[in-house]
Design a protein around this ligand. Structure first.
Ligand code: ARG
Length: 458
């Protein structure tokens, strides 16, 4: 015989090689709170519809409370031979309360049980993530305010393009993060649907009340189709897709911070407490946090990929393949949470080297477009202005000076429309101030954007 919970039809006990191959309790034990909450809601429902006696329901609920406390306190003994978190908890419950424990699984399967646990876990994870995203977005807003007037070069092709404010750049990061937040909120709506009641695949013969269970567990609704509910993991895939995009954003920020903190850029200083040194080169201070975040992005993208490939060949309904959903999912959750948390700490302590930023913006002909726009305002067609300024830049490159170092006579060689007032237009300050509409980089607009954001935050 076989002493497993499911051992009735088996004539020999499970190979220990098989046990260690198929167990999941080593990693799905982290679902214990969700598993217990789901079981308690199920027991209350069975009592309500008259399938379970009041005394049995009470014993189950209290027994599970006690088990949760033991697990919380690290006193629970997990057994590999009991396969997964679900059977570990159910076996222990029955060991403690006897008969009543054996009635808990009435009208339920591990298939709808695990789907419920994972959905609860993802929902709670999203809620935790939203809190740290809000902290990070607030930190970016503060930094943007601090650096609303700081001029830096804006880049395209990583070549100096036009002057922008550091504050504007931080608000760009924040916009990315807010879209990531919105995606998580939207995904949460599809996560928060109750699969319990689907049983193994076809539903159950008992007069269950799924709405009641949903209500107790805080689900917005119940799944429409039992085959779908026990088998699909698209909610987990969608979560990982949101997490992947978020990580791609953090990775791009990281790339910028890594560049900006080199002596060649020198735009920012990262605090010592978030950097490390070299074991051989005494001068080194390395930007490990952004480097690790950039590196961990690969993991989360890999987790998404693992789940997609896990699902692609599966016929309906539940297949054991799905047990493999947990490690990538948990890894994605842990990684994105850790990265957000450290960035929420790091961002407020970034120091901006304002003089270096300004000098870099001044050095790259970043106001050439402003000179062209100046000529357009004097009546020249934009294409002609573009060409004239191109020639002026070439002259400045030749003389190894800035545009504003060219004399009025030199500038007039390229267009007779140039007058004394040109210099006000081709300074960094003039260039910034002129971009004065919603969404643009002038300090006035950056402050207005910050004010709107603060108002929305309430
Ligand atoms: N540990 C399993 C999982 O994670 C629980 C469901 C098992 N169901 C089954 N029919 N063997 O998917």
């Amino acid at each position: 015989g076989n002493s497993k919970l499911w051992g009735g039809r088996f004539s020999e006990s499970t190979s220990s090689l098989m046990e260690s191959f198929s167990e999941s309790v080593s990693f799905d034990r982290r679902l214990y709170r969700q598993d217990i909450a789901g079981s308690q809601a199920h027991a209350r429902m069975l009592e309500k519809v008259g399938v379970l006696g009041a005394a049995d329901a009470k014993a189950i609920i209290e027994g599970l409370d006690a088990i949760r406390t033991e697990i919380d306190e690290g006193r629970f003994e997990w057994k590999t031979e009991l396969e997964d978190v679900h059977m570990n908890i159910e076996s222990e419950l029955t060991r403690r309360i006897g008969e009543a424990g054996k009635r808990l699984h009435t009208g339920r399967s591990r298939n709808d049980q695990v789907a419920t646990d994972v959905r609860l876990y993802v929902r709670e994870s999203i809620d935790d993530l939203l809190i740290v995203i809000d902290r990070l977005a607030a930190a970016l807003l503060d930094l943007a305010e601090r650096e609303a007037d700081t001029v830096m070069p804006g880049f395209t092709h990583l070549q100096v393009a036009q002057p922008v404010t550091f504050g504007h750049h931080m608000l760009a990061w924040r916009e990315q993060m807010l879209r990531d937040r919105a995606r998580l909120v939207d995904a949460r709506r599809r996560v928060n649907v109750l699969p319990l009641g689907s049983a193994a695949l076809a539903g159950t013969v008992y007069p269950i009340d799924r709405e009641f269970v949903a209500q107790q567990l805080g689900f917005d609704s119940v799944t429409e189709n039992s085959l779908d509910a026990v088998s699909d993991r698209d909610f987990a895939i969608e979560f990982c897709a949101c997490a992947s995009l978020l990580m791609v954003h953090l990775s791009r920020w990281s790339e910028e911070l890594i560049l900006w903190s080199t002596p060649m850029f020198g735009f920012v200083n990262l605090p010592d407490r978030f950097c490390t040194g070299s074991s051989i080169m005494p001068q080194k201070k390395n930007p490990d946090v952004p480097e690790l975040v950039r590196g961990k992005t690969g993991r989360v993208l890999g987790d998404l990929h693992a789940l997609l490939v896990l699902m692609k060949g599966q016929p309906l309904a539940y297949n054991r393949d799905n047990q493999e959903d947990k490690e990538p999912l948990f890894d994605a959750i842990d990684t994105v949470f850790a990265c957000l948390r450290i960035y929420a700490e790091l961002v407020p302590s970034i120091t901006v080297q304002r003089e270096r930023c300004r000098a870099a913006a001044a050095a790259g002909y970043s106001t050439a477009t402003d000179l062209a726009d100046y000529l357009v305002k004097k009546g020249l067609p934009f294409r002609d202005a573009h060409h004239a300024v191109g020639s002026a830049v070439a002259r400045a490159v030749e003389k190894a000076c800035e545009l504003s170092d060219l004399t009025l006579e030199e500038l007039r060689e390229f267009s007779a429309l140039v007058e004394e007032d040109v210099y006000a237009h081709i300074t960094l300050q003039g260039s910034l101030a002129a971009r004065n509409h919603i969404g643009a980089t002038s300090p006035v607009q950056v402050r207005a954007a910050i004010a709107r954001a603060r108002k929305r935050q309430g």
